[in-house]
Design a protein around this ligand. Structure first.
Ligand SMILES: O=C(O)CCC(=O)C(=O)O
Ligand SMILES: [Fe+2]
Length: 362
């Protein structure tokens, strides 16, 4: 039991987690990797094993199946997998991952791919409505995707390979999910998950760092390889999806995705209404509206909101803008306001300090 608890202690130990996060300079690595980078041995090994076990131990009813056939008229791409925000200790894991870019809003979930689960090509573009503690709602865009792979000894024959469809000739295109590795990429970026052909589950923690404002249009550009321009915004987390019965719907986690939530369940009326009031630009955001999930920020995050909003104004070249705005934010962060830069970091309380939470859907 003691061994099993150790990863939880680590996840809740701010000092250890922040030292771990300091090993990574995500923005620099992304720049070096031309928008995509991979970190092997990402978390301490026992922590990665503990998180994996937590996913396996999580109640079956928390996993939300999501499935759709390709249907551009319905904004759907072919995909199927299960995801949850209610996996055991996921909140603590999210909090630790948030330290990679502590100045950014974020949303993380767990995913489980079995059978022939997969995701057809998509580029992760989506808007997210963020509800701040002061009641304001701001629109954010997914900015950086993070996937942490948690299935030991996964081989290419088991499928579930992440294909980077924007890999330049000669660069790595296939990523077999390596245990305790993380793939991080800037959005938009075309990618897909090939069908799983394995009896053991392909487990991940996945999610996005967000940037306030509309970083991109939701009308997709040409898809790599086909060069065909798709009129629709295609996202496995935001398209209209067919919900499969999974027992306890009340207990099922809000899955992530555009709008910081997935699309599987109707939004709470409060959320849907607020989104409409917000009046997004309609290019796919209306789709989000149907499936809106709302994210609430902690005090800490809300305090830095004005900085974030500043960085979101002006939507020109969002990648460059993202980088420079981050520099700006970093500077502010380093003058001592951000938790992770304090000399004497406060101890985390379990269940406290999660920067983003979906509002309960009940
Ligand atoms: O699990 C992966 O490798 C990628 C998942 C993904 O693309 C997504 O959830 O949008
Ligand atoms: Fe994706």
């Amino acid at each position: 039991m003691g061994g099993r608890q150790r990863h939880v202690d680590w996840l809740n130990n701010y000092s250890k987690a922040s030292k771990w996060a300091a090993r990574y300079d995500v923005i620099k690595s992304l720049r070096k990797g031309k928008g995509l980078c991979k970190f092997s041995n990402f978390l301490p090994d026992d922590v990665a094993h503990g998180i994996k076990q937590d996913l396996l131990d999580s109640d079956q009813s928390c996993w939300m199946p999501t499935e759709a056939e390709q249907d551009y008229s319905q904004n759907n791409i072919s995909h199927s997998f299960k995801s949850t925000k209610r996996a055991k200790n996921l909140e603590a894991v999210s909090r630790v991952l948030s330290l990679l870019l502590p100045e950014s809003l974020h949303v993380f979930s767990a995913a489980k791919y079995t059978g022939s689960d997969h995701i057809a090509p998509h580029d992760d573009r989506a808007y997210t409505q963020v509800l701040l503690e002061d009641g304001q709602i701001i629109t954010c865009s997914r900015d950086i995707a993070v996937i942490v792979y948690l299935s030991p000894n996964w081989s290419k024959e088991q499928g579930g390979v992440l294909l980077d469809l924007e890999a330049k000739p000669g660069a790595q295109r296939e990523y077999v999910p390596e245990f305790n590795s993380a793939i991080v990429f800037r959005i938009p970026r075309w990618h897909e998950v090939t069908p799983v052909q394995s009896n053991s589950p392909r487990l991940t923690i996945f999610g996005w760092f967000l940037v306030p404002g509309h970083k991109y249009s939701l009308n997709t550009g040409p898809q790599p390889e086909t060069g065909k321009s798709e009129a629709q915004h295609l996202d496995p987390h935001s398209g209209k999806q067919k919900e499969k019965a999974n027992g306890n719907v009340q207990g099922a986690g809000a899955t992530p995705g555009s709008s910081g939530s997935c699309c599987m369940r109707p939004p709470p009326s409060r959320g849907g209404k607020a989104l409409q009031e917000k009046g997004d630009d309609g290019s796919g955001a209306s789709e989000d509206g149907k499936h809106a999930g709302f994210i609430i920020t902690s005090k800490q995050q809300a305090n830095s909101r004005s900085q974030l909003e500043k960085s979101a104004s002006g939507d020109g070249d969002s990648r460059q803008q993202g980088d420079s705005s981050r520099k700006e934010k970093k500077r502010r962060v380093s003058n001592g306001t951000a938790q992770h830069d304090r000399d004497d970091p406060p101890a985390w309380q379990p269940g406290d300090g999660s920067i983003l939470r979906l509002l309960p859907r009940e």
